[in-house]
Design a protein around this ligand. Sequence first.
Ligand SMILES: *Cc1c(COP(=O)(O)O)cnc(C)c1O
Length: 372
Amino acid sequence: MPSRGLIPINRPVMDDEEIRAVVRVLRSGILTSKSGSGTNVMQFEDAFARYVGARYAVAVNSGTAALHVSLLAAGVGRNDEVIVPSFTFVATAETVVLAGGTPVFVDIDPDTYCIDPNELEAAITTRTKAIVPVHLYGLTADMDSIMKVAKDHDITVIEDAAQAHGAEYKGRRAGNLGHMACFSFYGSKNMVTGEGGMVTTDNREFADTARSIRNHGESKAYQSNILGHNYRMPEMEAALGSVQLGKLPSFLEARSKNAAALSEALKANQEIQLPLEPEDYKHSWYVYTLRLKGSNAAKRDKVVRQIRERRVDCQVYYPKPVHLQPYYKAFSPVELKNTETAARQVFSLPVHPSLDEKDLDRIIHAVRKALE
Ligand SMILES: *Cc1c(COP(=O)(O)O)cnc(C)c1O
């Protein structure tokens, strides 16, 4: 019998095309775009803006940098509050603190795992500067409801679309739903550059400020008008990103097909809640997340262990909500019921494009056995 390797939770899909693109940059000897030399970053930005349907795209060197730059461009600083979900990767809240602001955590919708728009009004104060909805697992938040509340209170909305490349909401793509949006090209994401990120926006002023912050706050060489960073994306990564962007539609199609196969096979099981893809939404299936209904953490963890014993890389996103993590406890005296329940009950399965029929069978079998 052939040895059966671990099916990883996510895996970048690359071939000779990516290798050639990166080697071409290396041979050119032009590794950065800073002094107007390299063109790969600009080309990647143009193609990415066109893909999401936004006017501008600003490449940076991580999704975390994209969030930090966006918050700074939105004017978030001392004494400002930013509303964020707690059921997310820590970067969503971390960058608020880095910008000098205070994260205000609100609860999620238990069906979509995204921020609950009904919780926003109660969290808004005169100090609220921005809202950062996260399109968790690749499903966009309910953006119409969020944008309406934001408009009423003159608040900037920054999408955390780090898991949502190509996700759609009412016919529009993530990255074109809020005032700004942030993407990550970290090695596990739906498209990769290794490390990398992008800010997209229709707002010229936000784009110009983001570009300047990315490069030490300079307006021209050696003239810093504002406080900045070095958040520039290298040329090699941009070359890799352009190739990956061209393949993204086929990646998403494969993810969607895999998700459909998992749902079809698991839908009869009454113990689990399948991931939702509401009408008018297109999921980007970063991971395939199930909920063990009515479970506690110990029972869920046992299911996860049993699936992993069958060499399927089952993971929990996220076992500890941000507002309960040691550093962030101080920011939030609140209890977030839906968030804390979800953190005890969810587990995620691989759904990435390189799964074949056999892998899907193995995943389904592992889940069924674990739930017996
Ligand atoms: C990956 C991720 C980030 C951070 O992106 P990096 O490129 O790793 O810095 C931020 N938010 C969410 C929801 C993510 O999944």
